[in-house]
Ligand binder design. Structure first.
Ligand code: NAD
Ligand code: UFG
Length: 334
């Protein structure tokens, strides 16, 4: 298939482009480079040994989208483009609704005008909020606690409504758990600007000695060591899940939510110790109060992904720590 990948130069998008090319798909990237760089296309090509087409543009630009769909014969869209920082979304809700909701509506309208009827959407485990009991099954109650999460749930609802109205539309709603790591080549990975919000990039900065110590947000949760437990998944495993989701879209219609997680949980201190062991670098840390809005445990039930996509995660926590650091030590030092 010829696949439009919005946000394709970003962290998860770039790894997905590599897997799509390896599976024989053609890839067209649309990205406004708000949180990524043009050079990522060269890295994707270097890994996959196949070219990608790149359009610099914004999903809110209807005329630009129309030109793209007229020039390319797109069979399906994988939609990563959007803003993703929970804390920032509380401070800047309008920017989040504009990018993530208006942007998605504009994209869907342009898709409709050009007869494109398949979308794989980047949703998030954040839609399980505080009301579900881990490990989360896709039919668990959904709730959200911040504007970012609300944009993910709203787009899921929009796609469910669209599929109900248009019987030949397929939407796969992939609920990602906690992607970390990087491609083993070290050519693509995650390199957030400024002080990272998320655990793994923060640990990388401490390992580089660019930050003095990790702040562990709470050690009084009801978990084995008191620190928060998450379902960390290697970004390459996550990327491979999108190839399966595209296949599902080729052969079915309707809206289907699918968790992409491993089903195994690790605490903050598990990650610290695994990183230290895999890379031989000490990670000093201090215990801080809980971060507002955090849940004790977030964990996937990955059964549906296995059944519908024939997909399971294979890489280990050691792989995640080694590959993530292999990328970060080059990218973050530069
Ligand atoms: P990322 O920021 O690395 O990638 C997003 C890309 O979208 C960037 O390259 C950015 O430049 C681009 N973009 C943003 N707004 C755009 C717009 N209006 N038009 C065109 N391009 C735009 O983020 P990521 O970690 O790769 O996440 C990809 C998707 O997965 C996002 O939708 C995110 O919400 C979702 N997600 C991420 C995580 C995670 O932990 N990384 C977890 C759950 C869900
Ligand atoms: N943590 C720390 N110190 C830090 C950063 C994080 O102790 O400096 C802890 C958190 O309290 C949590 C765990 O590490 O227990 C993971 O935190 P992250 O910020 O890395 O990830 P979250 O699970 O909070 O959030 C991620 C994505 C969100 C998404 C959510 C659910 O960042 O976008 O998963 O999918 F909404």
């Amino acid at each position: 298939m010829k696949v439009l990948v919005t946000g394709g130069t970003g962290f998860i998008g770039s790894h997905t482009c590599v897997e799509l090319l390896a599976a024989g798909h053609e890839v067209v990237i649309l990205d406004n480079l708000y949180n990524s760089e043009r050079s990522v296309c060269d890295a994707i090509t270097a890994i996959a040994k196949k070219p990608v087409q790149f359009y610099q543009g914004d999903i809110r630009d209807r005329a630009g989208l129309d030109r793209l769909f007229e020039a390319e014969n797109i069979d399906a869209v994988i939609h990563f483009a959007g803003l993703k920082a929970v804390g920032e979304s509380v401070a800047k809700p309008l920017e989040y609704y504009d990018n993530n909701i208006t942007g998605t509506l504009t994209l869907l309208e342009s898709m409709r005008a050009h007869g494109v009827k398949r979308m794989v959407f980047s949703s998030s485990a954040t839609v399980y909020g505080l009301s579900a009991t881990p490990p989360f099954k896709e039919d668990a109650p959904l709730s959200v606690t911040n504007p970012y999460g609300r944009t993910k749930l709203m787009v899921e609802d929009i796609l469910r409504d669209l599929c109900a109205a248009q019987a030949d539309f397929c939407a796969v709603l992939l609920r990602y758990f906690n992607p970390i790591g990087a491609h083993e080549s070290g050519l693509i990975g995650e390199n957030p600007r400024g002080i990272p919000n998320n655990l793994f990039p923060y640990i990388n900065k401490v390992a580089l000695r660019q930050l003095p110590e990790l702040h562990v947000f709470g050690n009084d949760y009801d978990t084995p060591d008191g620190t928060g437990v998450r379902d960390y998944i290697h970004v390459v495993d996550l990327a491979k899940g999108h190839v399966g989701a595209l296949r599902l879209c080729e052969s079915s219609t309707g809206a289907t939510a699918i968790n992409l997680g491993t089903g195994t949980g690790y605490s903050v201190l598990d990650i610290v110790h695994a990183f230290e062991k895999a890379n031989g670098i000490s990670i000093p840390y201090v215990i801080d109060p809980r971060r507002p809005g955090d849940v004790a445990v977030s964990l996937a039930n990955p059964d549906r992904a296995r059944q519908l996509l024939g997909w399971t995660a294979h890489k280990t926590l050691e792989d995640m720590c080694r590959d993530g650091w292999n990328f970060a030590k080059r990218a973050m030092e530069a």
